[in-house]
Write a protein that binds this ligand. Sequence first.
Ligand SMILES: [Mg+2]
Length: 356
Amino acid sequence: MKPTERAFAGLWGSVIGDALGVPVEFQSRARLDADPVTDMRSFGSHNQPPGTWSDDTSMMLGIIDSLLERDVFDTEDIAKRFIRWYRDGEYTPHGRVFDIGGTTAQALTRYEQHRVPAEQAGMTGEHSNGNGALMRTLPLALAYSHLPAAEMAERVERVASITHGHAVSRMSCVHYCLVARRVMSGQPLEGSLHAANLEFAELYRGRPEELYLPRFHRLLDASILTQPRSEIQSSGYTIHTLEAAIWCTHRAATFEEAVLAAVNLGEDTDTTGMVTGGLAAMIHGIATPEVRNWARVIVRTKDLQGKFKSFISKMLETQMRTSLYEKFSRLAKGAQAASPHSVAASAQPQNPGGLV
Ligand SMILES: [Mg+2]
């Protein structure tokens, strides 16, 4: 698969993982062990028809739309789209919101009613480390895969902060995106994890967030890959979800195996399914008859297909433009270096904001 095909599969894999998990959300592992999910179910926990996706996909769609429609990175715009989802049911499968995480609801209320700026709306307490930012972060890994790690991480953290401001939440999104963009480029999961870990540790060394690096130890020493199932948790805690996604993806031979393993861990089944589905689809693809049958059941398939296609086209166009710009910048720098003004020119601050 080409990177763009992997990216496209990743978006679809996320939605399918989410929809497989919706009917059994909150079910215990013991209950699912007795009656495991093997196919797209209907009704269940939220009494929704088959193929219904949750808040996870809705918020991901809000981010995708902002990246599609705005020519600059704009967290206020993303926050406004989250409000349109929360208040008006935009980006939902059936026109209404049937679930929202507590931390997300609190943050969106702060943004909407107390006029807190988007990037400060997310709660920063230890108890606010649910997976509500992690579940929607994949499009940022895809869109900014061409940026240096620190620049991608900055954007990922700023989007996370709209609802989840604690360092652990922001860092879990960054870790996932560092892994995901390597997987998108075609690297195997284990190598992607190893390379992402080096970038991740480097990013946070010497920053206040360094304090929280030990929370990621089972990822950073790759011991997560060899854990028994009993050591993998699937609560709504963002590190549990991140670990479970890496673990399920690593041990599965196919996308189907990975997402079903994730959902059947129980508890936060839709989000564990979604975060796993994004990675597993980029590795294994989603072209089997079984996955096609699942995809056919997904609500608003045509809308999603159109949106994902436009997103991938724009992503490719932006990345091509950026690489051309960089090529010209390098040529220009080469010309400057040969001129007597080279010292003055290199002393100029370069793009001080660091963002478009
Ligand atoms: Mg959900």
